[in-house]
Design a protein around this ligand. Structure first.
Ligand SMILES: [Ca+2]
Ligand SMILES: [Ca+2]
Length: 207
């Protein structure tokens, strides 16, 4: 392999990675939101589930110990999904534990299926929920990103706040899937470059 060929292959690789990166940044909002008011959220501006669809400062309050389930439409494969949650806390000053001094927190769960059921006091039912992250509100004002390590269709946020009656306030939630086609390109390219190096190595040995 000449130097020019190597350079061309590397330029090609960076273009492909760039394309994949752009695709990965495409945010997908939930197709529906199920939220159960636990009685502690009374402001009409905090009870609209559509508020989570756009990052705009309008939010859905979970209520202390409350929860919401976000349906992302269909089961998504185990690899290459990231999630992001934006929380709103006015005048947040982040303390050492990651919470604002006005602290609110939520745990993140995922499931591939959910029967839609819930029960007071045991909010996460009707599915095999797996906890994948905890979000302190001080780290979520600009967006808290987390990796989703397994297949999922549903994401649930369960409020774990201890003090503030309105609980964790969800301004925005989305997932950022990397399309299968992008993975295919990267894998194929990796094989191509690797194969060339391998052949070069063998040629050197033969000489
Ligand atoms: Ca808040
Ligand atoms: Ca919003």
């Amino acid at each position: 392999m000449t130097f020019k060929t190597v350079a061309a292959a590397l330029v090609g690789a960076s273009v492909m990675v760039g394309a994949a990166g752009a695709a990965q940044a495409a945010f997908v909002s939930p197709t529906s939101v199920t939220w159960e008011n636990n009685g502690s959220v009374t402001d009409a501006n905090r009870t609209n589930t559509n508020n989570v669809m756009v990052q705009d400062g309008k939010f859905l309050s979970l209520g202390v110990g409350g929860w919401a389930v976000f349906d992302f439409g269909y089961e998504r494969a185990a690899s290459a999904n990231d999630g992001v949650v934006v929380e709103t806390t006015f005048n947040c000053v982040t303390a050492n534990d990651g919470n604002c001094t006005y602290s609110e927190e939520a745990d993140v769960y995922v499931a591939t299926s959910w029967d839609g059921s819930y029960a007071a006091g045991t909010p996460l039912t009707g599915a095999t929920w797996t906890k994948i992250a905890s979000i302190p509100n001080g780290l979520a004002q600009g967006g808290f990103s987390f990796t989703i390590p397994e297949a999922f269709r549903y994401i649930a946020l369960l409020d774990t706040s201890t003090k503030q009656v309105d609980g964790f306030d969800v301004d925005y939630i989305a997932v950022t899937p990397l399309p299968a086609a992008a993975w295919f390109m990267l894998t194929a390219l990796g094989g191509l470059v690797g194969g060339r190096w391998l052949r070069k190595g063998r040629a050197a040995q033969a000489a």
